[in-house]
Design a protein around this ligand. Structure first.
Ligand SMILES: *Cc1c(COP(=O)(O)O)cnc(C)c1O
Length: 398
């Protein structure tokens, strides 16, 4: 384990980013959450329940494998951290299990969540069912239409799905609605936020529930090939899978950390979800961070072929890592991600999520520059079964 520990200040600030911008009614709930979370961290009983559930219900540890045929195509050695093998299909279950256990600890019977494509909603519904919690998931009606199967999965898992008809009827509107629900039912309800976003303590808490990715990967890589990888690569929506991988390596200056945002139709087109290149600071959904906004501070429409990366705000800790040069951020277009998706399917027999395909796309693009001996560890954040219809549609085969 690396001795380097990066923590926000007591108010949840990562340098100029983070903090807590919420209505008065939520201040108490957030303080209570932070207190319980701190206690749980040093409670062996909680940690045992968490580890047992991650092992027996989610399927941890996930393996690290060398992708030899994909490596040939990339021109460098590529290793994959297989978060795609987890229950419900992505890393998101690490966080929802942790937050459901905290909810039980706080004595609350009900959880709510927002979801875009439905992955966080499904992971929340599954964990809520496992722990006997009432579950309501807010989802934009446009997203619900596009992701019918996930809506039905959530319902089968016992969750109530509430469609949101406001705004662009997508993720940011679902977050607004979930926050509204929380304000009115904060006594009996916990809001399970789905990424390293939102007011303190969510960014640090969600990060900590995903740190297991990097802690496992560090030991597994050493056992498999010796030492540390040269480069870590992960896609960045809010940034939870990326920070989960990076965190255990932050003290290792020799390990490059690359976060890959969604360049959509290309940065110049304006139709993308890459927050770092514009570096515009604002407040969205309770946190100060880099967001895509116009000159009047209005949040812009974003675009990505992958719903999980299609969000206007970047997790505040990533904004800080970027400013300090502790991690670097790049992007991949829809087209590059689709090519990488097909490459992994055919060369390795693995259908990657379109989100994860952005990290694979960076590796295919930069591999030859890195050189054939370079060892690149890619976080395969999720599986692509959910994306089959979308891939067929955008490639004109559906
Ligand atoms: C939701 C999701 C993401 C994006 O979320 P982060 O918080 O940036 O990790 C990435 N990959 C998959 C498979 C997802 O489901």
């Amino acid at each position: 384990m690396s001795a380097f520990e990066q923590q926000p200040d007591a108010g949840g600030h990562f340098g100029p980013y983070g903090g807590s911008f919420v209505p008065e009614t939520l201040v108490h709930a957030l303080e209570e959450l932070e207190r319980e979370y701190r206690r749980a961290q040093s409670d062996p009983g909680f940690q045992k329940d968490l580890l047992d559930t991650l092992r027996d219900f989610a399927g941890r540890p996930t393996p690290v494998i060398e992708a030899k045929r994909f490596s040939e195509a990339a021109g460098c050695r590529v290793f994959l951290k297989r978060e795609d093998l987890l229950h419900t299909g992505a890393h998101k279950i690490n966080n929802t299990i942790g937050q459901c256990l905290l909810t039980k600890r706080m004595g609350k019977p009900r959880v709510i969540a927002e979801t875009g494509a439905g992955q966080h909603g499904v992971a929340t519904a599954a964990a809520a069912a496992r722990f006997g919690l009432e579950c309501v998931v807010y989802m934009g009606s446009e997203d619900a239409r596009r992701q019918k199967l996930n809506v039905e999965r959530m319902r089968l898992l016992g969750a109530e799905v509430r469609e949101v008809h406001a705004g662009s009827r997508t993720l940011k509107d679902a977050v607004n609605e979930a926050l509204r629900d929380w304000v009115t039912r904060v006594r009996d309800t916990h809001y399970i936020l789905g990424s390293v976003l939102g007011p303190h303590p969510f960014p640090v808490m969600v990060r900590d529930f995903h740190r297991v990715i990097g802690i496992e990967a560090r030991a597994q890589f050493d056992a498999l090939d010796g030492g540390l990888p040269d480069v870590l690569v992960a896609c960045v929506g809010g940034g939870s899978n990326a920070i989960g991988l990076f965190h255990a390596f932050l003290g290792d200056a020799g390990v490059r950390k690359v976060g890959v945002e969604a360049a959509g139709h290309g940065i110049a087109s304006g139709k993308h979800a890459a927050r770092v290149p514009e570096h515009s600071v604002g407040v969205l959904h309770g946190t100060r961070t880099l967001i895509l906004q116009d000159e009047d501070g209005m949040v812009r429409e974003t675009h990505s072929v992958s719903a999980g990366l299609d969000y206007p705000a970047l997790g505040p800790e990533h904004a800080w890592l970027n400013d300090q040069g502790l991690a670097e951020y790049s992007s991949a277009t829809d087209e590059e991600a689709l090519a990488a998706f097909e490459a992994l399917c055919r060369l390795e027999g693995i259908l990657p999520a379109l989100e994860s395909s952005h990290a694979l796309a960076w590796t295919l693009r930069e591999g030859r520059t890195l050189g054939e001996d370079a060892r690149v560890l890619v976080n395969l954040s999720g599986r692509g079964d959910k994306d089959v219809a979308e891939v067929l549609r955008v490639t004109g085969r559906g």
